[in-house]
Design a protein around this ligand. Structure first.
Ligand code: FES
Length: 955
């Protein structure tokens, strides 16, 4: 291979390059590894995701497919070359529209769109969709991307000269990510401040809560400077490869590992479970920890890791992993709960009889009696599939020893949990493991569980060298967690007036080979299976059952999206049977202030489901009448309209869930916010700073963020369960108010005083006509170099659930409802989405633009779950066979932000991230039924399933 290497000459971003490379080596590898242009991402290495898109002679190409032999003499343009030192109009437009969330897809979208805009400066929506169809985004739902490209021309004025921010700086931890905060430009569409000439005022002062400043970590996302898990590997790091089980279940033994090392030049070491110095078991819920970092003797699912191969330099590239000395003996496997629960079925874990991990129950009143006396009763079943998170960034990171501290720089949603699990596996004290999160290119729940952290940590610990690993797309999909497939049945009854009188729900959730968040799903589902409706008599049971399938874990909603499919589709049947309008039926039964939930929790205030449904009422009427008009003139295609609601308790279910936030004022006159709530694209860097700014009474422009780092920032908990805005935001609010009190006390003024930071380290306190000047440079500082500081924690006030599931599982709930409009081709069973209208009660929209982005992104994932996503182990372990929505699959989305303040949330805010996905799929299924009369009882509703349901309905 090496003898083929030859100089290849080409230009990159206008600079002449000569790279000696093998002719078949991919351009993506040369750009990233040799030229360190890591703005070009690799999401699949197969041309499926488009994250590696660059321009070759002005045309978009996938750099991961392009052999270097074909690059000779060409001109390559990457994201780093878009702005020529300042932001291009397109980059500025992306920032202003909130078109980048995690940002991993953003470079590819930008270069692809820039080619379009060179040809067509003001493209139509269709032209944008056609041009960007090859680049996948899992976060945004694409709508803001479309807007940003269509409106880029607004920034294309000489006087705009691309807004030049940075107004603040996020301090990167050593070896960690670089983030630069900026507070400009605001969105002209949202704020109405655009002057048409590209000039915008900067929202550096005034109320931060309720405004939509550009996200503080936005600039690196649009310049390619943001460093994700695989973007900063040390040049001398060992490359780690993982040997994984090719079978759903197998025993295995190793051959001569020493001979393998000796026979393969470049292989520095091999490690197996025998090398693990600590407890070879991890899990997100410590009492259920059961998953080995490296399996011992038997693997329980396809893709489970058994050994590590550490290679020098480029050796990993050419290594034949098929020659690794491992002998497999395939064993009978159970992939579905019925097999795992059959009499005599093998136990996946010897200590869990019947392969039952956890059974969750909520029971209230007398549901059987209520159903027996009900005027109207419906029953049904629903089945859902494994759903893959399909974040565009496969897991990646590196580890190294810093004196006696193992430092791991990797993408994650939960740095402190990573630290504790990794320390236990490697036999280290927790304070001898430091987790430095990189930017995380999407997570959606799966990156809460550890993946590569103990693997690269083991190699670094044993060899004393840096160790790096980036999962391939296939191993990411095969080895990490999925959404639980569910098999559910339910019966719901009403009285003659259409008031819900009773409900029975029974769900079996395939939790796969290991526990992960199976207990959470089993406990959360029964609490939520009623939907946000008063249900006086109720019993819901959910079981998490072990199989030899992939590990099911956290995925946006923790089982609630599955349960809501069951409940909301039955609600449509009930409404139809009763002859009540479907929206009105939901409104009639909606929880209100003062209602009791199925766990007996009295909701005193902040219940916004009624307001959400009311906000949709005019859209519902319009959509129904448009559907009627359409159907009157079309026979081959029918239009349908569906509605569904959601509620979701924010944070852990009846368990401690604290966040701690520290902030202070530095001698140079900056507010330093230790922001440990990992921002995986959802916007916590910005939202938590906005809350802190208003609670403290200083403008956002004075803020500097210190990103998550377990050695530096307090534990703000994991990014999951829609808890960061509410829980960490509340901690930030408390800490900021405490800091304000400290300063006011120091200045001996009342709470009416206002604060002002001036250059040179002056803090000015104004009260009445008086001004007191505090010279910050003359004050003593704490260990973090802060002249004034405060640290506060917040833990939601919940109570444990009793044996019947009664109690207060959550302190705050969020609510929402969505309408889906679609057309079904009756001959083909294909579904075309026309529009989604979403009303979500967020309590207080801390940042309306980011809230909209969450809603649009969640809806896109709900569309995938409803219509196309089905992970089948061994068959859909890539982004070619596993389909997620593309830019053409997401219809226009109208978002209505409802603000019913919650007394507990910071500034009244509630969580949002999980809620937004929950109503989409049931609204789509209800729209299919409205269009065709066909009742879908399985998702995804692929064309063949829709067609057979239509045929069934006609019988
Ligand atoms: Fe597109 Fe995250 S912003 S994948």
């Amino acid at each position: 291979m090496k003898s083929d290497r030859a100089p290849i000459n080409f230009t990159v971003n206008g600079a002449l390059m000569s790279v000696t490379a093998a002719p078949m080596r991919r351009l993506s590898s040369v750009l990233r590894d040799d030229l360190r242009l890591t703005g070009t991402k690799v999401g699949c290495d197969a041309g499926d995701c488009g994250a590696c898109t660059v321009l070759m002679d002005g045309e978009p190409v996938c750099a991961c497919l392009l052999p270097m032999a074909s690059v000779e003499g060409t001109s390559i343009r990457t994201v780093e070359g878009l702005g020529n030192g300042s932001l291009s109009a397109l980059q500025a437009s992306f920032l202003a529209h909130g078109a980048a969330q995690c940002g991993i897809c953003t470079p590819a979208l930008l270069v692809t769109a820039s080619a379009l805009l060179e040809r067509t400066p003001q493209p139509s929506e269709q032209q944008v969709q056609d041009a960007l169809g090859g680049v996948l985004c899992r976060c945004t739902g694409y709508r803001k991307i479309v807007e940003a490209v269509m409106e880029a021309w607004r920034w294309n004025d000489d006087s705009a000269a691309a807004p030049h921010p940075p107004a603040g700086t996020v301090s990167p931890p050593a070896g960690g990510r670089q983030m630069v905060a900026t507070l400009t430009p605001p969105s002209p569409r949202l704020r109405g401040e655009g002057k048409g000439d590209g000039q915008f005022t900067l929202p550096l002062s005034g109320a931060a809560v309720g405004s939509s400043p550009v996200r503080l970590d936005g600039i690196p996302k649009v310049t390619g400077a943001e460093l994700f898990g695989g973007d900063s590997f040390p040049a001398d790091a060992l490359s780690v490869l993982v040997v994984r089980s090719p079978h759903h279940r197998a025993s295995f033994s190793f051959g001569d590992l020493g001979a393998y090392i000796a026979d393969n030049a470049g292989v520095a070491a091999v490690f197996t479970a025998r090398d693990i110095p600590g407890i070879n078991s991890f899990g997100v819920i410590p009492p259920f920890a059961d998953q080995p970092a490296l399996a011992e003797g038997e693997t329980r699912f396809r893709g489970e890791a058994v050994a590590l191969v550490a290679c020098d330099g480029w050796a990993a590239r050419d290594l034949d992993m098929a020659a690794f000395p491992v002998t497999w003996r395939e064993l009978p496997a159970m992939l579905e709960p019925p097999g795992a629960q059959a009499e005599g079925a093998a136990l996946v874990h010897a200590n869990r009889p019947d392969n039952l991990l956890v059974r969750g129950l909520v029971e209230r009143g007398e549901p059987e009696n209520a159903l027996a006396q009900a005027a109207c009763v419906v029953s049904g079943s629903m089945q859902t599939s494994y759903v893959e998170h399909a974040y565009i960034e496969p897991e990646a990171g590196y580890a190294f020893l810093d004196d006696d501290t193992l430092t791991i720089v990797a993408c994650t949603q939960a740095p402190h949990m990573d630290r504790d699990d990794t320390a236990r596996i490697l036999g280290l004290a927790p304070d001898k493991v430091r987790i430095v999160p990189t930017a995380t290119g999407g997570g959606f729940g799966s990156k809460i569980d550890i993946s590569l952290q103990p693997l690269i940590g083991l190699v670094a610990l044993k060899t004393g060298r840096a160790a790096a690993l980036a999962y391939t797309r296939q191993e990411s999909m095969a080895s990490t967690t999925k959404r639980h497939p569910a098999s559910m049945r339910a019966t719901i009854g009403t009285d003659a007036d259409g008031m819900i009188s009773g409900m029975l729900f029974d769900g079996t959730f395939n939790t796969g080979a290991y526990a992960s968040f199976g207990p959470t799903v089993a406990n959360r589902v029964p609490v939520h299976a009623s939907g946000p409706y008063a249900t006086p008599n109720y019993r819901a049971v959910a079981r998490a059952i072990h199989t030899n399938g992939p590990v099911s874990g956290a995925f946006r909603g923790f089982g609630v999206p599955q349960a809501t499919l069951m409940q909301e589709t039955l609600y449509d049947e009930l409404a139809d049977k009763l002859g009540i309008d479907r929206l009105q039926f939901r409104l009639k039964n909606a929880l209100r202030n003062g209602s009791e939930t199925v766990t007996g929790q009295r909701l005193e205030a902040g219940v916004g489901i009624g307001e959400c449904l009311e906000a949709l009422a005019s859209h519902w009427t319009r959509a129904l009448s448009e559907a009627d008009a359409f159907n009157a003139t079309n026979s081959a295609t029918k239009r349908g309209v569906g509605i569904a609601s959601c509620w979701y308790g924010c944070g852990n279910t009846s368990l401690p869930n604290p966040s701690t936030i520290k902030l202070g004022i530095s001698p140079d006159g900056k507010v330093v916010l230790h922001q440990g709530a990992v921002d995986i694209g959802q916007g916590s860097n910005t939202v938590i700073a906005q809350i802190a700014a208003d609670a403290l009474g200083l403008p956002l422009g004075d803020f500097v963020l210190k990103g998550a780092d377990t050695s530096m920032t307090p534990d703000a908990g994991k990014t999951s369960a829609s808890r960061q805005t509410y829980v960490s935001g509340k901690a930030a609010e408390k800490a900021a108010r405490a800091l304000r009190d400290t300063v006011l006390r120091y200045a001996n003024v009342s709470n009416e005083a206002s604060l002002q930071l001036l250059q040179g380290g002056l803090l000015v306190v104004h009260e009445g006509g008086e001004r007191r000047r505090i010279d910050l440079t003359q004050l003593e500082t704490d260990k973090d170099g802060l002249a004034f500081a405060a640290e506060e924690s917040y833990d939601p006030p919940t109570t444990p659930l009793d044996a019947k599931g009664q109690g207060k599982p959550y302190a705050v709930y969020g609510y929402g409802a969505q309408i889906a409009e679609l057309e079904v081709d009756l001959a083909l069973g294909t579904v075309r989405l026309v529009r989604i209208t979403a009303a979500h009660d967020v309590g207080k929209a801390i940042n309306p633009l980011l809230a909209e982005g969450q809603i649009e992104g969640g809806i896109a994932q709900g569309i995938g779950m409803a219509l196309m996503e089905e992970y089948i182990p061994g068959r859909t372990e890539n982004l070619h066979d596993y389909l997620i929505p593309t830019i053409g699959d997401v219809p226009p989305i109208e978002t209505i932000l409802v603000e019913v303040p919650d007394p507990e949330g910071p500034f009244g805010a509630k969580g949002l991230g999980e809620h937004v996905l929950i109503p989409t799929a049931p609204a789509i299924l209800n729209a299919i039924r409205h269009a065709t009369g066909a009742t879908m009882t399985r998702v995804p509703a692929t064309p063949s399933r829709v067609l057979s349901a239509i045929q069934e309905a006609r019988r």
